[in-house]
Design a binder for this molecule. Structure first.
Ligand SMILES: Cc1ncc(C[n+]2csc(CCOP(=O)(O)OP(=O)(O)O)c2C)c(N)n1
Ligand SMILES: [Mg+2]
Length: 575
């Protein structure tokens, strides 16, 4: 295709089109009016949000369910600053989000003009690539590079654009970038892995986010079945192997599955697929130190930089996880043909799951006047349609849901992962719903997080007709932090009560959404079904019991200490 004359705005918008972008999330601003004006004719739907954080979370959510890079845009300075947390969430989720960040005009940089901020440093640590458009005629080239790098390195990129560079004239050819895979594993790695697995007595597979992102579930399942290897999911990646499979054990990590923890503790060989083995996700839970220190670890990740994050593997292969699993299975079959199914291990997994399921069910009984949060999640897990996509937030009760959420397929659970920002779920859910209009999409968050980024975005969902279902777990407190005050600070509740919460169902109705208030656990399943059937934005105000009796273990018991005060006036605070 020959070069054509166009403006930098046209070059940018046409590059988005070439990369398959059909939605851009953002909040309007004069800085990019010239490009914005082209969106409708380019076939791009601009989705305006209430706060820029939600735009970046939505782009992330859309990227996670489609596997394709997505974009967000905002006004220079304060608008772009509001992207920071959400782009960081995308970074730790390996989500390809291209942040389009108009900045102050090139003639004003350094003069402290209107809305001026050096926008590169604040994204430096959480993007895989960032570039400033240094000449208007490089707009398409650099935008293209951002898309390419976001795909190659699976992470957010930043295209920083001095606002005057949207104007002008250039000669440009527009084309799409390729989507290269992560590559095949080295032969020797596979041969070595075969040797180790041949002698394994109790191999266990860890299935990480890469299995979902790399669409490798079938390959991992085939490998697990040949080896009769139990499979545990990494923290908050419950959708990387189904719990319903006879070898599926559920997730590790905070509020995860004890069946998974007890199973991996038995391993003599651990095959970690598509995971960096993040430190937080492997912390001991429920008093169980489950990591099998003596086991031989084989780890596969597409990113070489992730070696040795928490555990030192015997073999670390940089490869696409699907390619790896396929090749390993082929070589295993030729080295050990007709490997017999190990019925003992299957029975062992069944026993562990029965024990865990029983414990879950028993701990989910709700006898108190108010619904127990566990009971809410128990009921929810019974009513969730099989194709549901769920986004979860950060908080005590949301984390409890980790034990209850089970999925048959991939790309069904989106969470803030180790970035852990309150306010993730609703924005991400909007993006997910745009990408998967056929699937019911649920956003689970606490009442506190709802106020950070959620509540105001109901206006967006109504306006833009994005029928997501929010479940606001309303315990009238910032529960996760209150739990710290219970365990470490003598029940002194500074800043953690939310007693004056409104009825979020009524607020939602006033905003044009459907609102449900649920206080009795026996109503949860019907309400969930009704919400799904409504095909409108819904807010379920799920009023649950809070406080000491129901809150889960603190998130960061590992990082907190009992206070020891020295000054006289604070002595009485010592425990
Ligand atoms: C943006 C942000 N601010 C503060 C925190 C610290 N924090 C972690 S959990 C939590 C409490 C969340 O409360 P809520 O959303 O009501 O959920 P609950 O714990 O009550 O279930 C807070 C404030 C955070 N993780 N992210
Ligand atoms: Mg709360």
């Amino acid at each position: 295709m020959a070069k054509r004359k166009m403006t930098p705005s046209e070059a940018l918008v046409e590059t988005l089109v070439a990369e398959g972008v059909t939605e851009v999330f953002g909040l309007v601003g004069s800085a990019y009016m010239d490009a914005l004006d082209l969106f409708p004719d380019a076939g791009i739907r601009f989705i305006p949000v209430a706060h820029e954080q939600a735009a970046a979370h939505a782009a992330d959510g859309l990227a996670r369910v489609t596997g394709r890079p997505q974009a967000c845009i905002a006004q220079n300075g304060p608008g772009i600053a509001n992207f920071v947390s959400a782009i960081t969430a995308a970074y730790w989720a390996h989500s390809p989000v291209v942040a389009l960040t108009p900045e102050t005009g090139s003639g004003g940089i350094g003069t402290g003009g209107f809305q001026e901020l050096d926008q590169m440093p604040m994204f430096e640590a959480q993007t895989v690539f960032q570039v400033r458009v240094n000449r208007p005629d490089r707009m398409a080239e650099l935008a293209r590079r951002c898309f390419y790098r976001s795909k190659v390195e699976l992470g957010p990129t930043q295209l920083n654009i001095p606002r005057d560079y949207f104007y002008g004239e250039l000669e440009e050819e527009i084309y799409a970038t390729p989507s290269p895979g992560a590559g095949r594993p080295p032969r020797k790695d596979i041969a070595d892995a075969v040797e180790i697995l041949k002698g394994a007595k109790y191999p266990v597979i860890i299935s990480g986010g890469g299995v979902s992102q790399g669409a490798a579930l079938a390959e991992v399942q085939a490998l697990a079945q040949y080896l009769t290897a139990p499979v545990v999911n990494t923290y908050l990646h419950n959708d990387t192997f189904p719990y319903s499979h006879e070898l599926g054990c559920g997730p590790l990590g905070y509020c995860g599955s004890k069946a998974a923890m007890r199973t991996i503790a038995k391993a003599d060989v651990v095959l970690a697929l598509g995971t960096r083995l993040g430190v937080f996700g492997l912390l001991p839970q429920y008093g169980l130190t489950y990591w099998p220190e003596q086991a031989t670890l084989i780890q596969v990740d597409r990113d070489a930089k992730k070696w040795g994050m928490s555990k030192i593997p015997k073999i670390f292969s940089v490869a696409d996880v699907g390619e790896y699993a396929t090749e390993l299975l082929r070589e295993l079959k030729s080295a050990v043909p007709g490997l017999a199914r190990n019925d003992e291990r299957v029975a062992d997994v069944a026993r562990e799951k029965e024990r865990w399921d029983k414990e879950l069910e028993e701990s989910s009984s709700s006898t108190s006047e108010l619904m127990h949060p566990r009971r809410l999640f128990w009921e929810l897990s019974q009513a969730l349609p099989g194709n549901a996509i769920v986004t979860t937030d950060i908080g005590n009760t949301c984390s409890i849901s980790n034990g209850y959420l089970r999925f048959g397929g991939t790309r069904q659970l989106l969470s803030a992962l180790s970035w852990g920002n309150c306010g993730f779920a609703y924005g991400a859910a909007m993006g997910a719903k745009i990408g998967r209009p056929d699937a019911p999409v649920f956003a689970i968050q606490g009442d506190g997080a709802w106020g950070i980024s959620g509540l105001a975005e109901v206006m967006t969902a109504v306006r833009e007709k994005i029928p997501v279902i929010a479940i606001v777990v309303n315990n009238h407190e910032w529960g996760a932090e209150k739990k710290n005050q219970i365990d470490f600070y003598g029940n002194r509740f500074v800043g953690t009560n939310l007693r004056e919460n409104p009825d979020y169902a009524e607020v939602a109705k006033a905003m044009g959404a459907v609102g449900f208030k649920v206080e009795d656990y026996r109503e949860v399943q019907d309400v969930v079904r009704e919400a799904v059937a409504s095909e409108r934005p819904c807010v379920i105000n799920a009023v649950v019991e809070g406080g000491e009796k129901v809150l889960a273990e603190p998130f960061r018991r590992d990082a907190l200490k009992l206070p020891k005060r020295h000054l006289e006036k604070y002595q009485h605070l010592n425990i």
